[in-house]
Design a protein around this ligand. Structure first.
Ligand SMILES: [Zn+2]
Length: 214
């Protein structure tokens, strides 16, 4: 590098010029300081904005709150860019950053870790919830049963089934409407969305011989 006062060549990283004694400004160092200044400035604006948003959200001025919220969102990248720049410069130049910046870096890293962990936990919980919903749905299908006959239940019933088997499918006893030498005839009330108006079934010796729907 060269001295910015006399122009003579000086060794890299020297703090004083050997020729004129000028205090040399390390360009890299200067960059970090400049970016830290920018970062600090936007960070203060951002914090003020967040506080303003929080306060205005409690007030009745909806428009002001909306504007404040929008400004806060716009400020986020303005904070992130100098923050990342400062981090990269300090890492590349192996320069020490002020303590407040190190603390902020720690907080941000902690937040990222917490965010990742909570996302994983949330995903697992969602999967479990989904699984439980599926399980519940399946259980629902088998255990939930009204005494009303559905079209599906009607179709499941086969000739030759016992009265007990039929009752198990439908979920309820039928009303005995006729009993004679040819057996017993029962009726079941169809469920309202089955599209059926009436169901009758005849049993002979306890076995289904006929089923009707209309
Ligand atoms: Zn010089």
């Amino acid at each position: 590098m060269f001295c910015n006062k006399c122009g003579s060549e000086v060794s890299e990283g020297a703090s004083f010029c050997k020729n004129c004694g000028n205090k040399l400004i390390d360009r890299k160092k200067y960059d970090l300081k400049k970016w830290l200044k920018i970062f600090r400035m936007v960070l203060i604006i951002f914090i003020i904005e967040v506080i303003a948003t929080a306060i205005t959200s409690q007030l009745e001025f909806d428009l002001i709150w909306q504007i404040s919220r929008i400004i806060t969102f716009i400020t986020i990248p303005l904070v992130i860019i100098p923050f990342i720049t400062c981090t990269i410069i300090s890492f590349k130049n192996k320069e020490k950053v002020p303590l407040w910046f190190t603390i902020l870096q720690g907080i941000i890293i902690a937040f990222i870790i917490i965010f990742i962990i909570s996302s994983i936990i949330e995903k697992k919980q969602n999967d479990k919830l989904q699984e439980n919903i599926e399980k519940y749905k399946n259980e629902d299908k088998t255990t939930y049963n009204s005494s009303y006959i559905t079209l599906q239940e009607f179709n499941e019933i086969e000739i030759g089934m016992t009265y007990e088997e039929v009752v198990e499918i439908i979920g309820g006893e039928g009303d005995l409407i006729a009993e004679d030498a040819y057996g017993k005839t029962y009726t079941w009330e169809p469920s309202s969305n089955s599209g059926i108006y009436s169901v009758t079934m005849s049993f002979y010796n306890g076995k289904l011989t006929n089923k009707f729907k209309f």
